[in-house]
Design a protein around this ligand. Structure first.
Ligand code: ADP
Ligand code: ADP
Ligand code: SF4
Length: 598
């Protein structure tokens, strides 16, 4: 076994704990310097070769700063990168097969972005030798006999041009300024801007400065910029964030044209339906988030995604998760059976902002029910939620419909003004709720919040902050829960953990929930009925009475002219190729979502 030790430098404070880990390390007691305080860094460091991995320091550290994992010895020579001493370690790299789209799937923190940054040339792989990194000759020697050898040869000699869309697009307006059209015209090396602006529906915003765009608009501009460059390799790190379903499909269709022009594409993506639709092959990344990640060989798309869901890599005989993830087809709830007393109603509502008008048809939600909300961006979904929560007032009603009920709301955009640790933020929510064991078991554990309970809220990544915001919302002693885009920045397991936590809370507390969500697989997993919005984004929107899952999906997918089938092994929804036999058959039957029984 090889030891991988990771010490979080932000958490490690030897002066505060009086270097308690040193006092308990049995190796140190025997004068073997497996653990010491680095005088320059003023932090603990572990010499992995000398450490026995007993884990005592992990338990003794009062700040949860140390993690130690044993991994099989055989993998060690395959280390591709390590950022520094006692930091995250990446093994292997994805293989960019020419004229193909390679998808990457894995938990957050297992190294997808690191791998993509290496392939893009932004990071030179150090093969784990962070203190004496190899030169390009050493790197090529390491990858001798593989596609990566010639790839790095070309990359080193500047013969490969890369176009790269990073994961965190919010940084772009801080680096690039100007109007959308000016920025894109400057980089339109392929002379495709006119078509891209039309296909990605960006014409409405071309005269806006980058720093005035919404998340979804900025994402599409970043994708357009990546496509406009004339490159050999195109890399997209999480292209679906902030996009609605129709934009995800349109973006996928455009990216799919690149291999036909001789281009090679790599994509990291958490939306299973989009990854499935986009990729020609899939590579799975597994490991321990924040500690190490191992990249699998390439597999066919269906097989690769199913390997990830099953948690087992047959070709390596490696089980990387105890449970497999299954998408069960639930029987539709029979709302009519519900007792009348437990049903709550909202009236017809109108909200006119001047430029945008929303009309809501009155309807009801039953106790223990989750209503999913689907529709394009800018159609009024958030406004609908705000009307129900009481943040906005309907023009035709004097009071908000749920005024007498206890509500809990996670907005779409989360701000980090809280000055303090995650634990104290949660405590504030839990104090209101008497049953803290329930919170621990139903929320904190499944969402794996214990990993960063001590961290300051202001230091969290996008995904961590999202989980904390969801947990704070669910921990409240409320009767109705509202979650606006809970999946943004979360990986598949985190999305499913949120879905399960919500279902449990809604069922156990006999509560009610409304969820705005663009990930079809997650909406399918969570929602009992669907409220589908129609209209013209940015101009007018209408919310009709919620339909059962099948009816709602049919209505929504028919409007986008796409059909889904279910994967026979995992039950996950898969997008049918346009005009394929099954696509034509389902459209003929008007069954856009469920495969009709033979
Ligand atoms: P993913 O894309 O799968 O979420 P990343 O590649 O972004 O994973 O990160 C993998 C791990 O590497 C994380 O624990 C992250 O904190 C760590 N990491 C990323 N960049 C650096 C860096 N510059 N220095 C040290 N650690 C880093
Ligand atoms: P969605 O959640 O479906 O993306 P929103 O409800 O956020 O849509 O927005 C629908 C439309 O209403 C957008 O064009 C938005 O700019 C507009 N809008 C939202 N809130 C306001 C407001 N307070 N004043 C004026 N316009 C608004
Ligand atoms: Fe020492 Fe290693 Fe045990 Fe930590 S895990 S106490 S460094 S031997």
């Amino acid at each position: 076994m090889v030891r991988v030790a990771v010490i979080d430098r932000d958490k490690c404070k030897p002066e505060d704990c009086k270097s308690i880990c040193l006092k308990f390390c049995p190796k140190v007691k025997n004068r073997i310097e497996a653990l010491r305080i680095d005088e320059e860094l003023e932090k603990a460091v572990i010499i992995e070769k000398l450490c026995s991995g007993c884990g005592i320091c992990v338990k003794k550290c009062p700040f949860n700063a140390i993690q130690i994992i044993n991994i099989p010895e055989e993998i060690e020579p395959e280390c591709s990168h390590r950022y520094g001493k006692n930091t995250f370690k990446l093994y292997r790299l994805p293989t960019p097969n020419s004229e193909m789209i390679t998808g990457l799937i894995g938990e957050n923190g297992t190294g997808k972005s690191t791998a993509l940054r290496i392939i893009s040339g932004e990071i030179k792989p150090n093969l784990g030798k962070y203190d004496s990194p190899p030169d390009w000759t050493g790197i090529q020697k390491h990858y001798r006999g593989t596609i990566l050898q010639s790839y790095f040869d070309k990359l080193a000699s500047g013969k490969i041009k890369i176009s790269y869309k990073p994961q965190y697009i919010d940084k772009i307006p801080k680096i690039v300024s100007g109007k959308v059209i000016e920025v894109l015209e400057n980089i339109d090396e392929r002379n495709i801007l006119k078509k891209i602006l039309f296909d990605l529906e960006l014409n409405k915003v071309i005269n806006r400065p980058l720093n005035a765009l919404s998340g979804g608009e900025l994402q599409r501009v970043a994708i357009a910029a990546t496509l406009c460059r004339d490159a050999d390799i195109y890399i997209f790190d999480e292209p679906s964030s902030h996009l609605d379903v129709s934009q995800r499909i349109k973006t996928s269709k455009i990216i799919r044209t690149l291999p036909n022009e001789g281009k090679t594409v790599l994509v990291a993506e958490h939306d299973l339906a989009m990854l499935d639709y986009l990729s020609d092959q899939v590579s799975v990344i597994y490991g321990e988030p924040g500690v190490y990640g191992i990249i699998s060989h390439n597999h066919g798309v269906r097989v690769g995604i199913n390997i990830y869901l099953n948690g087992f890599l047959p070709d390596e005989n490696m089980r990387f998760r105890n449970d497999s993830i299954k998408f069960h087809i639930r029987p539709p709830r029979e709302s009519e059976d519900s007792e009348k007393g437990s049903r709550i109603f909202w009236p017809n509502m109108i909200k006119d902002f001047g430029d945008f008008k929303l009309e809501v048809d009155g309807a009801y939600i039953d106790q223990g029910e989750i209503i999913g909300i689907l529709g394009p961006n800018g159609i009024g979904k958030t406004t609908f939620i705000k009307l129900l929560v009481g943040i906005e007032k309907p023009d035709n009603e004097s009071i908000s419909p749920f005024i007498d009920l206890s509500l809990s709301y996670k907005p779409q955009y989360i701000y980090t003004e809280y000055d303090g640790a995650v634990s104290s933020l949660l405590k504030d929510a839990v104090v209101e709720n008497k049953n803290s064991d329930f919170i621990e078991n139903a929320i904190i554990r499944p969402l794996k919040l214990y990993k960063f309970l001590d961290r300051d809220v202001s230091s969290l990544s996008g995904g961590e902050l999202q989980r904390v915001a969801i947990a704070t919302c669910l921990a409240k002693d409320a009767k109705i829960f509202f979650l606006d885009e809970p999946s943004a920045y979360l990986d598949v397991e985190e999305r499913l953990a949120v879905a399960k936590a919500l279902r449990k809370i809604v069922e156990d507390k006999e509560a009610y929930a409304f969820i705005v969500e663009h990930d079809i697989a997650i909406q399918d997993f969570m929602a009992d009925r669907l409220c589908v919005f129609s209209g013209n984004p940015g101009t007018n929107g209408r919310s009709e009475e919620p339909l059962n899952l099948r009816g709602g999906m049919n209505k929504f997918l028919a409007s986008m002219e796409i059909t889904f089938r279910r994967d026979r092994e995992t039950g996950r929804p898969r997008v049918n190729k346009t005009d394929s036999k099954i696509d034509r058959k389902q459209k003929g039957l008007g069954e856009y979502y469920y495969i009709p029984r033979e």
